[in-house]
Design a binder for this molecule. Sequence first.
Ligand SMILES: *Cc1c(COP(=O)(O)O)cnc(C)c1O
Length: 388
Amino acid sequence: MNESTLHAELAGHLAQLEKDGLRRRRRTLDAPCGPLARVDGRQLVSFCSNDYLGLASDPALIDAACAGAKAWGVGSGASHLVSGHLAPHQALEEKLAAFTGFARALLFSTGYMANLGIVPALVGRGDAVFADKLNHASLIDAVQLSRADSQRYAHGDLAALERLLAASRARRKLILSDAVFSMDGDLAPLPALLELAERFDAWLVIDDAHGFGVLGAQGRGSLAHFALARAERIVYMGTLGKAAGASGAFVAASQTVIEWLLQRARSYIFSTGSSPVMACALLASLELIEHGDRRRQHLGQLTAQLRAGLAETRWQLMPSPTAIQPVIIGDNHEAMRVAGALFERGLWVPAIRPPTVPKGSARLRVSLTAAHSEAQVARLVDALRELA
Ligand SMILES: *Cc1c(COP(=O)(O)O)cnc(C)c1O
């Protein structure tokens, strides 16, 4: 292929995406993350963010970030194992471990990187990973990177998982699941997953990107929600860019697992430590999460309001108890049309299409936050009822 053939091929793929209603576009926001977004000079009520507790632009986090920058500078300057592990990072790790009930925690720059670090550090060739089919893309990529045998079970199908585990001859086994599924909003059956992990002597790696800060007492996450013991085979990953309102992620587990990740997780070792500013903001965020019962209660009320309001439209809701409330439209183009009509009414809801969700299940992914008001949710309900 010469240079122009290489480009022509890409241009052809792009044209096909456009034709299939699958071409993605970004919008540039002219205001901080919050329930009111400014885009192209227009103000919109946004139901797009994962800022579930409304902390992304909270004054306490902003103050902590400013003070943090003054005290610690902006950059960490190196990877954690060289000289990029500053006192605020250490303080945050200790606080996260105590908050989630594990012996130790390790900070990563993003959840994607944490997942890419965890799975290949725990399993490799000759081992097997048992993964829910609706797991987040970062978990799917992590399994590929590990070179372990990938065994996927239908979403939430414990009987299928049990059959796969019973039939496996792999030396090491690892069960891998989102705790809250990012596009459906439902919860994984964590107590049953732990029981299977114990019975078949497997690791249980849980990605709590959408549960940390929101579920369980004081927002301690999905394990707390199910009152599960912090068994030594559990490796818990939480992200800090969603309910925590900043960015980053952490893994919490036993001393041994964390020490092993520190030695072996390549996405941890070969990457610059995250900004100390972020760690300072996150220390403030953890305080607000811990004392955030009012925010979580308001979020629960808004979720109930939305579900009740949409119960009788022709579009199906999913059995989601969380702030992620998908409205299933089906067809890609129709999902885009409905999202476009909402946008015209000043309501911003993302349309999620394949390959992010299975074919034929294009949807509006409404995500609610504690910063929304009842009136804003009522506006969305009225508009969706009219469009249905
Ligand atoms: C968002 C998300 C991630 C990635 O976390 P980032 O910090 O955004 O990289 C991982 N897993 C799940 C389930 C997510 O929703």
